[in-house]
Design a protein around this ligand. Structure first.
Ligand SMILES: Cc1cc2nc3c(=O)[nH]c(=O)nc-3n(C[C@H](O)[C@H](O)[C@H](O)COP(=O)(O)OP(=O)(O)OC[C@H]3O[C@@H](n4cnc5c(N)ncnc54)[C@H](O)[C@@H]3O)c2cc1C
Length: 422
């Protein structure tokens, strides 16, 4: 349903040039409309730049699940845990934590999982279509699946019921490989591991190359990208936004998309709502491919380190820290990536290090994104809160935003992403 049907939408302005803004721009431009993206920094340099690049239909259940409460509290007292919450009395953080913790039950986990599953499945097939059509040339797309690797039986036993649930409830299955089968298939792993689930329908790509490919494509289809242009608020009148105020002056448009990732809640007042999104800081290290480089991308489950072999390089990425927008890279936490990888891989790293990076995941309290209109401005869409899966969910988000703004039938039910669920 187009709630804004009385108004013609010819020019759409998107705030935020990450993977979500890019996908929205592409699908909107496909309808023949004029599209502008503004970013306060460079296009593609936010959370979308240095992440692990997994396209993961396997990641169905959200983090808020039964058992998460005890893990969360243990991490509060362990500075070396990959998951860390800096003790804070910020009301927004306390509210978020409360909203997260009260969803750590089976029923809410399944609701969040269903919301994620729909976008993950749709995005996986849209990616395949975009790749087949040559739209994202150069993004280093590969379809080896994803390994969830277990060092210990204890962790495997903790994970197994979740794997069964995902298979039974959502039809997303994996092959179990024991330690010997695993090393035979992936000799870059050390002998003696317990085994791995292989999710064959997952894929991966190189995120910075993906954003470069999007930029090329958006240029070709006439999308204007304005960088170093910071959003500063809306000029609104009678329940509609007329323009945005920016560091480069006022820009008018007929409709607006807010895709500022982890920074979106900084504009809650302007948007007329309280987005339950916190920045979840993650780290990555990028280097050349080691001599014994894994063929398969993988998650090392006990330490939560992601390992991504690209055609042009190799990346370790992980850690989740709730500590506001602090952009400093903590050496001790960065070292956790290497330490973790050393336990599983024959050749865990390679010199020289090309990039050490931190990014802020836009963590929503239920693990599903918010794709909805501002409650106070009918022509402003919010597309944020994609948590740990923004790359994986971006094509379907772009398509859904386009359908909602242009009044065409949505290809996935928008109901699970509405703001009023909080
Ligand atoms: C270590 C790590 C590993 C990850 N691995 C994966 C993975 O394997 N697979 C996956 O699917 N996801 C992964 N993610 C999550 C993924 O990176 C995010 O979900 C996704 O990038 C969010 O995209 P976005 O477009 O919403 O935000 P961003 O990419 O952060 O884009 C937001 C943009 O808004 C701009 N902006 C902010 N404020 C303003 C303003 N006032 N005016 C104008 N512009 C503004 C920023 O400059 C930025 O460019 C990972 C994240 C991290 C940190």
């Amino acid at each position: 349903m187009n709630e804004d049907a009385s108004h013609e939408v010819e020019h759409i302005l998107i705030v935020g040039g990450g993977v979500i803004g890019a996908a929205c721009a592409y699908y909107l431009a496909q309808t023949g409309r004029r599209v502008t993206i503004i970013d306060r920094d460079e296009f593609g340099k936010g959370s979308s730049h240095g992440n692990c690049g997994f396209i993961s239909p396997s990641h169905v259940p959200p983090l808020c699940r039964p058992g998460a409460i005890s893990k969360t509290f243990k991490s509060l007292f362990n500075p070396d845990s990959s998951f860390r919450i800096k003790p804070s009395l910020r009301p927004s953080m306390l509210r978020w934590l409360w909203q997260f913790l009260r969803r750590c039950n089976q029923r809410d986990m399944l609701t969040g999982a269903a919301a994620r599953h729909a976008l993950l499945q749709s995005s996986a097939s849209l990616y395949r279509q975009l790749i087949a059509e040559g739209i994202l040339e150069g993004c280093e797309w590969e379809t080896e699946g994803l390994l969830f690797v277990f060092e210990t039986e204890k962790e495997r036993d903790y994970f197994a019921p979740l794997a069964n649930l995902v298979r039974e409830e959502f039809g997303v299955g994996a092959n179990w490989l024991d330690g010997d089968q695993l090393v035979a298939m992936e000799p870059a792993l050390r002998p003696g591991l317990t085994g791995a689930y292989h999710y064959q329908d997952d894929a991966h790509l190189r995120p910075d190359r993906l954003l470069a490919a999007w930029r090329d494509r958006l240029n070709k289809v006439g999308v204007e990208i304005i960088e170093q242009c910071a959003f500063q608020g809306f000029a609104d009148e009678q329940g509609r936004a007329k323009a945005v105020f920016t560091s480069k002056g006022e820009i008018q448009a007929d409709a607006f998309v807010v895709a500022m990732g982890a920074w979106s809640p900084q504009w809650n007042k302007a948007l007329g709502c309280k987005l339950p999104i916190q920045p979840g800081k993650g780290l990555s290290v990028t280097m050349p491919r080691p001599r014994i480089c894994p063929k398969y991308p993988m998650i090392l489950e006990e330490c939560h380190v992601g390992v991504t072999p690209f055609a042009s390089g190799y990346r370790l990425g992980s850690t989740m820290e709730f500590a506001g927008y602090d952009e400093r890279i903590n050496r001790r936490r960065l070292a956790l990536l290497r330490k973790g990888a050393e336990r599983y891989l024959v050749e865990p790293t390679c010199e020289p290090i090309e990039e050490e990076w931190c990014g802020f995941r836009p963590m929503s309290c239920d693990g599903a994104p918010i794709i909805d209109r501002s409650p106070t401005m009918a022509n402003v869409m919010i597309a944020a809160g994609h948590s740990m899966l923004g790359v994986s969910m971006s094509p379907a988000t772009g398509k859904l935003v386009t359908e909602m703004l242009t009044g065409t039938t949505p290809h996935v039910d928008p109901h699970p992403y509405r703001l009023s669920r909080f």
